[in-house]
Design a protein around this ligand. Structure first.
Ligand SMILES: [Zn+2]
Ligand SMILES: [Zn+2]
Length: 326
């Protein structure tokens, strides 16, 4: 689903003829502008993000939080519950908001097909704050995203996890989505590790729920555990409980590593007062030749910035080839 060539920065210089046959010409932008992250086609990363969220919610609230002793269980339900709800709301908002420039939203009919960029007529898609594809005047920080095929207000980057552009209109929804995911994952790891350790050290503190002492169907032995308390108790073994804890912590740690990297990167950008796009452009314009030889700069591997990153690299390579040919 990640079409390398589709991710052309429309504001970049026109493709050079020497590069014909390169991957950037194999794919075209979508015929119509996409409205938001729910517009088809959905992205694999987007589905993966929702799957991981659902898995963490089911495993966390269904299995491990109910095993915590009171009053920790109440505190955990309230705190982690609030973080998960906040994440859900901001995640849905970041996907649903149309980040297009105001002029695009006012005048554009999303159902009509978009014109194809003709680089023999125009050098850039946006020229003198006028987009030749959207056919509207746009704000200074607007950029035409080739994946969404429309101009985005205060363009930051196109995010594959949201399947939507991140711009001025949904930046803070995106930022809170990432922040709440970091906090949620961290708290969940603490809970699962607590259950994992107490299972060996003092399993009695995990068996305080009344269902463990039920007179009608008492739990047999210390090797049997109950999950999905209190609504639908199901018996499972110690092995099952611990194996799932191990998988959950491993998955949460991997997600936490990526999310922390992304969050730190955006905190750095906010402290500098620049967008992801501006950061990449500055980085590519850096005079350090060693850096250019190494290719695109190291950015958070969120699958979000590759569009700008890749095109800037392609543009640099094209310019270098053109200069060598002269
Ligand atoms: Zn445009
Ligand atoms: Zn986009």
């Amino acid at each position: 689903m990640n079409c390398f060539g589709r991710h052309r920065r429309q504001t970049a210089p026109a493709p050079a003829p020497q590069i014909s046959g390169s991957r950037s010409e194999l794919c075209a932008p979508p015929l119509h502008s996409r409205i938001n992250g729910w517009s088809l086609p959905l992205h694999g990363f987007q589905l993966l993000a929702w799957l991981v969220y659902s898995f963490m919610a089911i495993v966390g609230f269904g299995i491990y939080l109910p095993l915590l002793p009171a009053p920790w269980s109440f505190a955990a339900y309230a705190l982690i519950g609030a973080v998960f709800v906040l994440h859900l709301v901001t995640h849905v908002a970041a996907v649903t908001v149309d980040p297009a420039d105001l002029s695009v939203r006012r005048r554009k009919d999303y159902s009509s097909p978009m014109p194809v960029f003709d680089n023999t007529k125009h050098q850039h898609v946006i020229h003198n704050l006028h987009c030749t594809l959207c056919e509207v005047d746009v704000a200074p920080k607007a950029k035409h995203c080739s994946t969404c095929n429309k101009c985005i207000a205060d363009f930051d980057h196109h995010c594959k996890w949201l399947n939507n552009c991140v711009g001025g209109r949904n930046y803070w929804f995106f930022f809170i989505t990432v922040s709440s995911a970091v906090i949620g994952m961290f708290l969940l790891i603490l809970v699962v590790l607590f259950v994992f350790i107490e299972h060996y050290v003092n399993p009695a503190v995990l068996r305080t729920a009344p269902q463990f002492q039920s007179k009608t169907s008492p739990v047999k032995g210390n090797g049997t555990w109950l999950v999905f308390l209190p609504a639908a108790p199901l018996e499972t073994s110690s092995i099952g409980l611990l194996a799932l804890a191990f998988i959950t912590v491993l998955l949460a740690l991997a997600a936490l590593l990526l999310l922390c990297h992304l969050l730190c990167f955006h905190i750095h950008l906010l402290s500098q007062g620049i967008s992801t796009y501006e950061y990449i452009v500055r980085k590519r314009q850096s005079p350090n030749p060693k850096e250019k030889e190494q290719g695109p700069p190291a950015l958070p591997s969120n699958g979000a910035t590759t569009q700008v990153q890749t095109q800037q690299y392609i543009t640099d390579r094209k310019q270098s080839i053109q200069q060598n040919a002269r």
